[in-house]
Design a protein around this ligand. Structure first.
Ligand SMILES: C[S@@+](CC[C@H](N)C(=O)[O-])C[C@H]1O[C@@H](n2cnc3c(N)ncnc32)[C@H](O)[C@@H]1O
Length: 262
């Protein structure tokens, strides 16, 4: 209940402070906002992805859940139906398609996806840029096994799943890769974990890397982490879209924060 009120108050604050394109003076942010963030361009891949979402929403497979994170907002029982996971812990079509458009626009070579779950959002990332390698991290064994089957059926051959606690698997994987072009953070929604993931991933950024943080207003801890990321002198352009926050490191830009309507 407390979290629900926190969420509502955060949304009201966002609603009254968010702006549209008329407030944006940066050409980079203006174009990104108009052409990618709010332009609901249709891609053929959306038809297949929507069918997969539809099937998952009625999938009665029971998975044994070992949640190493802050947990689901709604159902924290140890066994869950795939349909329930997709409905309560998965991303909406709107956010999934936004992730697709951003990935398709930036064409990352190396993409880090924290929190595979049953794999639906990972599929949007994979299909948006089939030349990318998507390193997808998940700690729950049953869930990751389910996701692997889904990737096989959907021919998402560019996804490499990494099973285990991200606190162990992420630093180890980061040592092995040369750079991160895009990272999507949707695993353990706590202040401490978000800050740890940020610090590990920032070691392999370059000027055009994009970080996407999910659920930045989910709890006071997540808001605190997001605020510190905005204020961090290594981040340059940050964009609050309420459900997700975007972080750019483009040194040619002035440091600036935007709160934009989605
Ligand atoms: C919100 S769900 C991810 C949803 C997914 N991105 C989607 O949109 O369908 C978070 C996932 O992160 C996983 N997770 C949380 N903390 C973790 C950790 N420390 N190590 C590995 N996986 C973790 C959970 O098991 C859960 O499946």
């Amino acid at each position: 209940m407390k979290r629900f009120f926190f969420f509502i108050i955060s949304y009201i604050k966002y609603f009254f402070s968010s702006k549209d394109e008329h407030s944006i003076h940066s050409p980079f942010v203006f174009n990104l906002y108009r052409e990618i963030i709010i332009k609901k361009k249709h891609y053929y891949a959306f038809e297949d992805l929507n069918k997969i979402r539809h099937n998952l929403l009625s999938d009665q497979t029971v998975l044994k859940i070992n949640d190493l994170g802050a947990g689901s907002k709604v159902n924290q029982s140890k066994e869950r139906l795939v349909s329930d996971i997709v409905k309560n812990s998965g991303k909406s079509t709107k956010i999934s398609e936004l992730l697709f458009r951003l990935t398709n626009h930036f064409h990352p070579s190396i993409l880090i996806d924290l929190g595979t779950s049953v794999g639906l959002t990972t599929l949007y990332l994979s299909k948006a840029s089939q030349q990318s390698i998507v390193y997808s991290f998940e700690g729950c064994h049953d869930t990751v096994e389910y996701a692997k089957k889904l990737f096989k059926t959907a021919q998402a051959d560019n996804v490499l799943t990494i099973e285990g606690n991200i606190d162990n698997t992420l630093p180890a994987q980061i040592e092995k890769i040369t750079q991160i072009d895009l990272a999507y953070f949707d695993a353990n929604h706590t202040y401490e974990a978000t800050k740890r993931y940020f610090e590990w991933c920032i070691k392999k950024i370059h000027n055009d890397t994009l970080f996407i943080f999910d659920d930045i207003h989910w709890s006071p801890g997540m808001e605190k982490a997001w605020k510190e990321i905005i204020e961090d002198n290594r981040t340059v352009v940050t964009i609050d879209l309420f459900e997700v926050g975007l972080v750019f490191f483009r040194r040619e830009q002035p440091k600036q924060h935007f709160i934009l309507k989605l």
